[in-house]
Design a protein around this ligand. Structure first.
Ligand code: NAX
Length: 331
């Protein structure tokens, strides 16, 4: 077994927290040979619930779990952490303006950025899940200037997995035989789920998913809207937002980032744009990436047709607007 690593989970008393903590403590994020010490952060009104979660983690008798810290003190929470999964956020409540919600989240991410910058371990890697995920990641980057931008990412893997699931259902193939869909842009309803480069492994070798589906209208219509609206569909059905699939996707995201993507496979991650594919630099935008030894790299040179280009630009435009709104909350 390796020496234990420390991982911070913010908003740990919430829904996704309850689903993800046992996954982390069972080795589903960092592998079955990696012991973990979990730091859980939440706010005072949730501190009792947080203690309850701690008791349950201890009672789960998990051999990889080498310690649990439950705290409402952001400094204690961030101390020495090698990884951080940021679930903490302020949800939109009835009657609230977009700007009010943004302003609450900007304040949270500004404070947590400083705490991570000052107290996390060097080279700490961060995944932002809480919405607006891309813009929260941007605020975190802005207020933690000494953390390299490449160490900050946001979650679009849930959308990626939803796109794989739609293709797998449509083609009646195992989900493990479908790969290389792409989520471009924002984790919001403007995201662009793109199946143009997706591949299905069949008994006759690798085939283009697009050719197997052979229905452009579905790929440009229902496929995209189903993935974009899946979160809303789950809220309607469960009366609660997706949490087990979000937790599972966050594990996939961290595992692939740290342990690497399989040869010939890419995944979608929200990362700091350097201008690739004509997307404005300085936004957190979801791209196809491959990962090796803890570093992600944008997949280069994919062809982008006119239909895709328009969708990629629309979601970039929304991110520019979110960025402007976030900045206006700082004044
Ligand atoms: P919950 O509301 O159940 O949990 C959020 C937790 O954060 C609460 O326990 C709250 O007390 C805590 N919190 C609030 N402010 C805090 C602060 N300043 N410091 C520490 N903790 C704080 O939400 P949950 O369903 O767990 O979702 C978490 C976030 O993930 C939400 O923002 C949600 O919108 C977002 N999602 C993002 C997804 C993605 O794919 N990027 C998908 C799932 C999810 O909707």
């Amino acid at each position: 077994l390796k020496p234990p690593i420390k991982i911070l989970v913010t908003g740990a008393a919430g829904q996704i927290g309850y689903a993800i903590l046992p996954m982390i403590a069972r080795g589903q994020m960092f592998g079955p040979d990696q012991p973990v010490i979990i730091h859980m952060l939440d706010i005072s009104p949730a501190s009792e619930a947080l203690e309850g979660v701690k008791m349950e983690l201890i009672d789960s008798a998990l051999p990889l779990l080498r310690g649990v810290v439950a705290t409402t003190d952001v400094v204690e929470a961030c101390k020495g952490v090698n990884f951080a999964v940021m679930l903490a956020g302020f949800p939109r409540k009835e009657g609230m303006e977009r700007k009010d919600v943004m302003s609450k989240n900007v304040a949270i991410y500004k404070a947590q950025a400083s705490a991570l910058e000052q107290h996390a371990a060097p080279n700490c890697k961060i995944l932002v899940v809480a919405n607006p995920a891309n813009t929260n990641a941007l605020i975190l980057k802005e207020f933690a200037p000494s953390i390299p931008a490449k160490n900050i990412t946001c979650l679009t893997r849930l959308d990626h997995n939803r796109a794989l699931a739609q293709l797998s259902e449509r083609l009646h193939v195992h989900i493990g035989d479908v790969k290389n869909v792409i989520i471009w842009g924002n984790h919001s309803s403007t995201q662009y789920p793109d199946a143009n480069h997706a591949i299905v492994t069949t008994k006759d070798g690798e085939k283009s998913a697009k050719e197997l589906v052979a229905n452009d209208a579905w790929l440009k219509g229902e496929f995209i809207s189903t993935v974009q609206q899946r979160g809303a569909a789950i809220i309607k059905a469960r009366k609660l937002s997706s949490s087990l699939s979000a937790a599972s996707a966050a594990c996939d995201h961290m595992r692939d980032w740290i342990l690497g993507t399989p040869e010939g496979t890419w995944v979608s991650m929200g990362v700091y744009s350097d201008g690739a594919y004509g997307i404005p630099a300085g936004l957190f935008y979801s791209f196809p990436v491959t990962c090796d030894k803890g570093e992600w790299r944008t997949v280069q040179g994919l062809t982008v047709d006119e239909f895709s280009r328009a969708k990629m630009e629309a979601t970039a435009q929304e991110l520019v607007e979110e960025k402007n709104l976030a900045y206006s909350c700082l004044n």
